[in-house]
Design a protein around this ligand. Structure first.
Ligand code: NAG
Ligand code: NAG
Ligand code: NAG
Ligand code: NAG
Ligand code: NAG
Length: 469
């Protein structure tokens, strides 16, 4: 076939040949032009916006080079970035199904990432009654998915579902964007025993811990003693009474679903307990680590992470309170956490970074992030109608008459004498100034995600008497 075609072609007169090439050339030029000027969304961006994104990319690249312990960032375009581990990195995470080791290269869209993570700074991440009321399918579908052992996939009987959730369902957000300046998120990695971050951790305005993590004198110099929040999965309910002994103010946030065992446990403890809002309903749950960061960002300006197993060469898969076991150190997680640090989302503390002076000057500044965020927003979603552009569903509640505090319908003595309602009835005036300013800018509207990872589609609840026409 091929030689035959070639020979016909070569027998054509040269003029036709040239015309053909000219036509081909102009098609090519046209294709390039249209991809540059009309097909490419970049054309919508101003010169300043393109500059903001490319400055940001360079800054992220430099940050990864300085802080990534061997990782390098390779810029693909104004949004796309590849993180590479050095040649010869030993990948110990073996995928049995596909018979492959973890790759040494990870691709990211930095514009999407910055939109997603900056959005958490404005979110409410605790499930509330106002959220369920605002969502059209809130009680019937969403609530049902958060209750294990309901016996049906929908809340056909709302009263029954309310009974399941009452203990853990506040009327309105108990926590607020910008409520704390600094927060420590403490994972459970065994590498915490290699450092003594206890005092650093306790120096934060709020400390967020994970599942069964013990906090006591034995581990104090490694993990500190301050206890404010604990993100838990249902399996942790069994040991919680013992773990919480002596820590009556620590707030429990259930990551996945509530169920009978949990409700029984809650009735025996004075601690406030809530459900996390924003889980990915379709694809199951994400790791507790990521959820803790989301929770922290929804309340804190600065999020410091400890105990997340992010150093190369760490070959144990264990918790600081259990005996070491041989394991792995997934490269994918390491790369992603490093990216998050260089996007200004978290600040990583780990054994290999402990010796370093804690200097964050090579992480992009808030000003740079905010310029890049504005450009990414324009690029990915066009110029939206202001801060409520993603509000797909609106709710409206009277701030003076927004229902009972959670648990009040079933207060045992142990709960009655706790500070259970401390968060829920906190007067607006006693919030930190930055948190009050936030609500003023947001006109007292609370934003919730419709579903875990989707950027768009927020549920927005206005705390005001005026009705949305
Ligand atoms: C890489 O890891 C595997 C499994 O832990 C080990 O058997 C192998 O010796 C390691 N190779 C290098 C070069 O470190
Ligand atoms: C977050 O809230 C601030 C007000 O504090 C607002 O200026 C900003 O546009 C909001 N960002 C997002 C992503 O909603
Ligand atoms: C709904 O649930 C409540 C509480 O469990 C129960 O008292 C009531 O009988 C149920 N209603 C129906 C129609 O099943
Ligand atoms: C709680 O701690 C106190 C003193 O530290 C101890 O006496 C008590 O037995 C503990 N309770 C439980 C349920 O572990
Ligand atoms: C927002 O809420 C505060 C406290 O409840 C109130 O003083 C203020 O008037 C509200 N602002 C708006 C715009 O509704």
């Amino acid at each position: 076939m091929r030689p035959h075609k070639n020979s016909t072609f070569s027998r054509r007169p040269p003029i036709l040949h040239l015309l053909f090439l000219a036509a081909l050339f102009s098609i090519l030029v046209f294709a390039i032009q249209s991809s540059l000027f009309s097909g490419d969304p970049k054309s919508d961006l101003s010169k300043e916006e393109i500059q903001a994104l490319s400055d940001f990319q360079s800054s992220v690249q430099q940050c990864v080079a300085n802080r990534g312990l061997g990782l390098t960032a390779h810029i693909v375009d104004i949004c796309k970035l590849t993180l590479k581990f050095p040649e010869g990195t030993n990948s110990t995470w073996y995928n049995d199904q596909f018979k492959i080791y973890e790759p040494l290269e990870y691709h990211y869209d930095v514009c999407d990432a910055i939109l997603l993570w900056e959005q958490y700074r404005n979110m409410t991440t605790v499930l509330t009654r106002e959220y369920l009321d605002a969502r059209p399918d809130g009680w019937l579908e969403y609530a049902a998915k958060r209750i294990a052992q309901l016996g049906s996939d929908k809340c056909y009987n709302k009263t029954l579902c309310e009974e399941h959730l009452n203990l853990i369902l506040p009327a309105k957000p108990p926590f607020h964007p910008r409520q704390f300046h600094t927060c420590a998120v403490v994972g459970n990695s065994g590498d915490l025993l290699k450092t003594e971050f206890g005092e650093d951790i306790d120096g934060h305005d709020a400390v967020i811990r994970d599942n069964e993590a013990p906090v006591n004198e034995k581990y104090a110099k490694h993990v500190g003693l301050k206890r404010d929040f604990r993100l838990v999965v249902r399996g942790a309910a069994r040991n919680m009474v013992k773990i919480l002994n002596g820590s009556t103010d620590e707030v429990l946030i259930i990551k996945s679903v509530t169920h009978r065992d949990f409700n029984a446990m809650i009735k025996r403890i004075p601690n406030p307990v809530y459900l996390f809002q924003g889980i990915v309903l379709r694809r199951g749950a994400k790791g507790t680590g990521m959820k803790s960061i989301e929770l922290a960002l929804s309340m804190c300006d600065i999020v410091d992470t400890y105990g997340f197993t992010v150093d190369p060469g760490y070959t144990e898969w264990t918790r600081y309170f259990s005996t070491p076991r041989k394991g792995h150190n997934p490269l994918q997680g390491r790369a992603y956490y490093q990216l998050l640090e260089c996007l200004g989302v978290i600040r990583i503390h780990s054994p290999m970074r402990a010796q370093r002076k804690q200097d964050w000057s090579d992480v992009p500044s808030r000003e740079m992030i905010s310029r890049a965020h504005a450009a990414a927003l324009h690029l990915k979603r066009g110029r939206g109608p202001g801060q409520f552009g993603s509000c797909k569903v609106w709710g409206n509640v009277d701030p003076d008459n927004s229902g009972p505090i959670s648990g009040s319908s079933d207060m045992s003595d142990v709960r009655k004498y706790s500070h259970y309602n401390r968060w829920e009835v906190m007067p607006f005036e006693s919030l930190r100034r930055e948190a009050r300013d936030y609500y003023i800018q947001m006109e007292n509207v609370s934003l919730y995600k419709m579903d875990g990872n989707k950027l768009d589609d927020l549920v927005c609840v206005a705390h005001s008497l005026k009705s949305e026409a």
